[in-house]
Design a protein around this ligand. Structure first.
Ligand SMILES: Cc1ncc(COP(=O)(O)O)c(C=O)c1O
Length: 230
C-alpha cells in the first residue's frame, strides 16, 4: 500500500478565534469589493489546502469538509495535478479548441470513455461549468429527439444560468426574482426513496415546482413536443 505524503500536517489546530484578524480584514475588504449575491459557508479565508486540511490566513488548520463542494476529490493540491498544470501552463493556457485544437482535449475525452460505465461507443464534449454542461445536454437531447420538454426531479439543483434555474426545483435562494423562465420542464419525484419521501412531507417554498405532473409533455413553444423524430 502506498503512503501518501502531505505538505500540511493532517491535524486540526486552532491558533486564533474564528474568524481570526486576517480573515476579519478580508471580510471587511470583501464587503466593499464583492457583490452581496455571493455567499460563503465559512467566515475564514483559505491560504493553503492539502489532503483533508485547510489552513486559513491566520494559520488555523481546519478539517476540509467542503472539498470544493466535493469536486476536488483527488485533493486540493495533489502534486501530480500541480505538475500537470504547471507543465501545461508553461506552453499555453488557452487557444480555444474550436479555433486551434490540441491533443489534451482528445485525451480527456478518451479517458472519460474508458472510466464511465458501459462498453458502447462514447464521445465527449467539454464545457466550462456544470450549468453550461446541463444547458448543452438539453440542446443535444432536443436536437436528437425533436422534443423540447425536460423532466427534472423535485428538489434538484441544476445551476444559475436562466435555463438551469428554470430546471432547478428549489425557488429560494436560487430563483426568487430572477425570472421569467421558460416553462419547458415538468417536476418528477426523484428515484431515491429517502428524497422521494421528502417530496411528500417537506413544505414547499413559495413559487416552487408543483407535485409531479401527470404528463411530461412540454408546455414550451419551441418545436415538436410529443413524438420522437422518425
Ligand atoms: C447537480 C449539479 N448540477 C449543476 C451544477 C452547476 O454547476 P456549476 O456551478 O459549475 O455551473 C451543480 C453545482 O453545484 C450541481 O451540483
Amino acid at each position: 500500500m502506498s503512503v501518501i505524503e502531505y505538505r500540511i500536517p493532517q491535524q486540526r489546530r486552532l491558533v486564533t478565534d474564528l474568524p481570526g484578524p486576517r480573515s476579519a480584514a478580508l471580510i471587511e475588504r470583501r464587503r466593499h469589493a464583492v457583490g452581496a449575491g455571493v455567499a460563503s459557508s465559512v467566515p475564514v479565508y483559505a491560504a493553503d489546502v492539502d489532503g483533508g486540511i485547510v489552513v486559513d490566513v491566520d494559520g488555523n488548520a481546519l478539517i476540509d469538509l467542503g472539498s470544493g463542494i466535493a469536486v476536488t476529490s483527488v485533493g486540493a493540491s495533489d502534486p501530480a495535478v500541480v505538475t500537470a498544470i504547471r507543465e501545461q501552463a508553461a506552453h499555453f493556457t488557452h487557444t480555444c479548441f474550436m479555433v486551434t485544437p490540441y491533443e489534451g482535449y482528445i485525451a480527456v475525452a478518451e479517458k472519460l470513455a474508458e472510466l464511465t460505465p458501459g462498453d458502447h461507443p462514447k464521445r465527449t464534449v467539454l464545457f466550462n461549468s456544470g450549468a453550461e454542461a446541463v444547458e448543452n445536454a438539453v440542446k443535444i437531447a432536443r436536437v436528437a429527439t425533436g422534443r423540447s420538454a425536460v423532466v427534472v426531479f423535485d428538489h434538484a439543483y441544476h445551476g444559475r444560468t436562466n435555463l438551469t434555474m428554470a430546471l432547478t426545483a428549489k425557488n429560494q435562494p436560487y430563483k426568487q426574482g430572477f425570472g421569467p423562465f421558460r416553462p419547458t420542464s415538468t417536476g418528477s419525484p426523484p428515484p431515491i426513496p429517502s428524497a422521494r419521501a421528502g417530496t411528500t412531507t417537506a413544505p414547499r417554498s413559495p413559487g416552487s415546482r408543483p407535485p409531479a405532473a401527470p404528463s411530461h409533455r412540454s408546455r414550451g413553444r419551441s418545436g415538436p413536443t410529443t413524438s420522437p423524430r422518425s
